[in-house]
Design a protein around this ligand. Structure first.
Ligand SMILES: [Zn+2]
Length: 727
């Protein structure tokens, strides 16, 4: 049984579940309602039942509408997750809050968020977000006591790790927060829950896929079902004001655009806007235009908190059926300019007309042409002039907040694009550069044959991206994507060349720098990799990724103390960062510090009870500290969560075998080997277990295969010889 003990040793290792941290709730004097803000990413209004979509599976949203107020027309200011949420949370358009694109902008510290208002009024504030563009490093966490942006490591190679958390998990996390016991008089809460599922790729759970008309609708149906869970529990603690809206829509092929980001047509700007709860009439439908910037003032109004001077306004009067004149809406997308090197788009919208300022101006009568396919700019030059003047005036009155505390890198970019300083934009000429209408075909090719396959079929993506760059060398995003494809294909030097070219043109983002650092590391240029990653970490103090990449370098170099210090930096940025906790757990396990390993894995399991990797490692800690039954129970849970995980199956099989339960262990060893990898360790376990149940030929076969994989196992060879060879 020496081998068995040898087998069990690497599998096995104490855990004290992390003590729950409880924050004392500030006391509050006046009874105020709880407030729940739900934003559903990429949700087109016209794919929701109460907005007239007959094939919708959205009973929860429809129910909210029936029990509250539905705004027929609600518009976002930007078809991009980060900037649009910044408008929702600050009451300002991008002109006022300064966050102009995903990824490269941080909400300036001088711009107040509605969470700060609620917190200042004694509310408990918490946010649970599900997509990378809302990661805390972009500054939308300000004012939230709890900001949970923990995204599980996706198993999907088409995406970078940690880009999405599915609605069931986000709901679990929010409910966990709601259920946490609290001391003292409970203060009301302001809770923001963000769901990301309808964002591409559209892959709903099977039972939702089968009930919905399209996979996109299936994702919406899944979120709707999770929203029902959330609403069911959120109301248990007293009356709740609920506001549900979207950050932008999805083009679904309209105007030649597959997803969202470039154009500012209603396909990507019209979202649902539903209000329900104390003070909200039942079943009313309002025709007043609701805007993203109206969310924050409206929530404060219902909570009885003083208004703040922002660009948006409370639309409570409209909800109550009072007369409220429509306010115009400013919208923009600088995405084409910043990512593709084309012209930016800006628009001015009244209740009836929309002007889109582009190299070729567009004007739409939304009343008769809601799909914006009949441009009226040539027919109505006077209206174009009048609306354009209003647009220009809005653009020239950027509030100081947007230009103050922007970080140096962002300020540089805005300056280069003419958005900062000298009161310039009102005098700026008609935007130049390629009209996005002329470039959308390239963008579609880039999306379908480049971005969506760069990580799965890099060898297919690389020639297509190269062809696109030959047609339009200014498409930064094509170069960026090609670098990722090169890295995935193992062509590190080519990836480094593309990234250095981006750096030279001043377009290297912090994410790009991490890809550069990783490519340098994988190319064996460790010293340069460390230099790039350290510089990136220094310039982006709230960005965890460079530290995680540095930790990977140090782990490989067996510099455990440096690796632990790098993970420690990540925890300074985000005390609950899952990968840093996992890394520290693994380091502790390696040096035999079972107390710390148990604590770290325990934190992971507390944050996500379905984390199979953490459950298994915690099981190892239990085994190593002599708590076999607890260890086995944890391995079982891990296997339940991930029935195809060879690692979890092997742990469970090994633990059962080592604890005198070979008949239970046997089928698990077989499953572990099927799931792979076929390691000599797994085969030895199988062999010994077969021996224990009296299957000598089976045992011999397993040992022989083990020796074929790894001939240098004298103990296995001896056992085989003692068995007398094959019979
Ligand atoms: Zn979004």
């Amino acid at each position: 049984m020496r081998i068995l003990r040898g087998l069990a040793a690497p599998l096995l290792l104490l855990a004290i579940p992390a003590a729950c941290r409880r924050e004392a709730a500030p006391s509050v004097r006046i009874a105020r309602p709880n407030v729940l803000l739900v934003t559903i990413d990429t949700l087109r209004a016209d794919h929701v039942g109460c907005y007239g979509y007959t094939r919708a599976v959205t009973p929860t949203l429809d129910g909210l509408s029936a029990h509250g107020v539905r705004f027929i027309t609600a518009v976002a200011h930007v078809p991009l997750t980060g900037p649009s949420h910044a408008s929702i949370l600050t009451g300002r358009t991008p002109l006022g809050h300064g966050m102009r694109d995903n990824g490269a902008y941080v909400l300036p510290g001088s711009v107040r968020t509605v969470a700060e208002d609620f917190r200042g009024a004694g509310y408990r504030t918490a946010a649970f977000v599900s997509g990378f563009p809302l990661s805390r490093r972009f500054g939308l966490d300000r004012g939230f006591e709890t900001y949970d942006d923990h995204l599980p490591r996706g198993a999907d190679p088409r995406r970078t790790a940690y880009v999405e958390r599915t609605a069931d998990r986000t709901t679990d996390a929010a409910l966990h927060w709601l259920d946490a016991p609290r001391q003292g008089t409970p203060a009301p809460f302001f809770l923001w829950v963000h769901y990301f599922d309808p964002h591409a790729p559209y892959e709903p759970p099977p039972d939702f896929a089968s009930r919905a008309a399209t996979p996109y609708d299936g994702e919406i149906a899944f979120v709707d079902a999770q929203l029902a869970r959330l609403l069911g529990r959120v109301g248990e603690g007293g009356p709740v004001l609920v506001l549900v809206t979207g950050d932008h829509g999805e083009s679904l092929g309209e105007h030649g655009e597959d997803t969202h980001g470039i154009f500012i047509y209603d396909a990507t700007l019209r979202v649902p806007f539903l209000l329900a709860g104390p003070g909200v009439p039942e079943g009313r439908v309002s025709g007043v235009v609701a805007r993203g910037i109206d969310v924050a003032p409206t929530l404060l109004d219902y909570a009885g908190l003083p208004p703040r001077a922002v660009e948006g306004r409370s639309i409570r009067p409209a909800a109550s059926g009072e007369d409220l004149e429509d306010a115009p809406t400013y919208s923009e997308s600088l995405h084409a300019q910043l990512q593709y090197g084309w012209a930016p788009l800006h628009s001015w919208r009244t209740a009836r007309f929309k002007l889109i300022e582009a190299p070729r101006m567009e004007l739409y009568d939304l009343e008769s042409d809601s799909s914006e396919t009949r441009d009226r700019s040539a027919a109505e030059p006077a209206r174009v002039d009048e609306m354009r003047q209003k647009l220009r005036k809005a653009m020239s009155t950027t509030t100081p907040a947007a230009t103050q505390a922007i970080d140096a890198e962002t300020a540089e970019r805005l300056q280069a694009l003419g958005y900062l300083g000298g009161g310039g934009t009102s005098q700026a000429p008609t935007p130049t550069g390629k009209d996005p209408k002329d470039g959308i075909g390239l963008a579609t090719r880039l999306g379908r044959n480049g971005m969506s396959v760069a990580r799965t079929e890099p060898l297919k993506a690389i020639p297509e991206l190269t062809a696109l760059l030959a047609e339009d060398p200014g498409m930064l995003v094509a170069r960026r994507t090609r670098a990722v494809a090169y890295e995935t294909a193992g062509q590190y030097e080519a990836a480094i060349r593309d990234l250095r070219a981006l750096e030279k043109s001043g377009a290297l983002t912090a994410e790009d720098s991490v890809v550069l650092g990783d490519s340098l590391r994988l190319a064996g240029r460790t010293k340069e990799a460390v230099g790039v990653l350290q510089r990136t970490a220094g310039k982006n103090p709230r960005f965890a990724q460079p530290w995680l990449s540095l930790a990977a370098v140090y782990v490989k170099q067996e510099r455990s103390a440096d690796a632990a210090a790098a993970y420690g930096k990540v925890l300074e940025i985000d005390p609950g960062h899952l990968e840093a906790l996992r890394g520290l757990g693994d380091l502790a396990l390696m040096r035999g510090d079972l107390e710390e390993a148990g604590r770290r894995y325990g934190q992971l399991v507390e944050a996500d009870s379905a984390d199979a990797g953490a459950l298994a490692k915690l099981g190892v800690v239990k085994m190593r500290t002599g708590q076999a039954e607890q260890g086995i129970a944890l391995f079982r849970k891990a296997v339940e969560r991930e029935p195809r995980s060879g690692e979890a199956l092997l742990y469970l099989a090994g633990a059962l075998a080592a604890n005198g339960r070979p008949t239970e262990a046997l089928p698990l060893f077989e499953r572990a080997l099927e799931a792979g990898p076929r390691s000599s360790m797994a085969l030895n376990g199988l062999g010994l277990t077969r021996l224990a149940v009296g299957d000598r030929p089976g045992a011999a076969a397993a040992f022989r295969e083990s020796l074929r994989l790894d001939p240098k196992q004298p103990e296995v060879a001896r056992t085989l010889a003692e068995m007398g060879g094959p019979r």
